[in-house]
Design a protein around this ligand. Sequence first.
Ligand code: PGA
Length: 304
Amino acid sequence: MRYSLRQLQIFEAVARHLSYTRAAEELHLTQPAVFAQIKQLEEVIGLPLLERIGKQLHLTAVGREVLATSRETLEALERLEMRLADMQGLKRGRLRVAIVTTAKYLIPRLLGEFCVKYPGIEASLIVTNREKLLARIAANEDDLAILGAPPEGMEVVATPIADNPLVVLARHDHPLVGKKKIPPARVAAEPFILREKGSGTRLATERYFADLGFTLKVRMELGSNEAIKQVIAGGLGISVLSRHTLTLEGERGLIQPLDVQGFPLRRMWYVAYPKGKHLSAVAEAFLDHLLKAELFKCPGEATP
Ligand code: PGA
């Protein structure tokens, strides 16, 4: 064969992202190295695989053919690796976990513990929002996914693993801090900081207030829980976030949960994978680790 498996792997990443830069980031290579590999592959094949129209990279017809075969080949090899890893028990193997942004307060610690227990396992963790995670589940890109509510309209196996209460957060000197049973209408009248579209936290928050007939006064949208906390601390408004986002600061810090009627919103963390998927021995072991872990029951939060 005149081209290498590595070249096919690099080409698959470039074709998936339609970007040399994003493929390079994913593969931990430099952009010029990725570009050079694709050029070499094109030279060996004798035809261009990609073409740039305006600023956008497109696959050529030949590129689409090569992509289809690259995927089949890489998937077959991955299945082989999985079978070999299963045969060797948990001595080695790969584990790919994808989690929603907010689960990063919980899962990395557990993944860390798991990797200490099984040092031969190569683990990767993707952190993204709910919408993107659902697309990853649909494309069967990971061994396990962790998210805030089971996907709707998708055939998955979803197991609840922990509470995920959503609370209203305000700066410590906000006039509503310390008030009891604040009506949701009062909260809806405050300037609100919301997560980005596609976030599960945002979806749950908007649904709750919409069901009561309130539209939130959105002051700002941000794609990060930590950035939202900073903006609350800066006095720009209030927000609804998972109580787990306070894990490090505690609940008596610069930002504090408010006592709002109907809150905390009850959510759970679920571990999910497409129905019918064969879990590797490593994925089974991690699932077991999650189910057995002393998981984050928030004080006073009974699971519904
Ligand atoms: P998010 O998901 O991080 O995308 O907001 C959290 C959730 O679904 O509860």
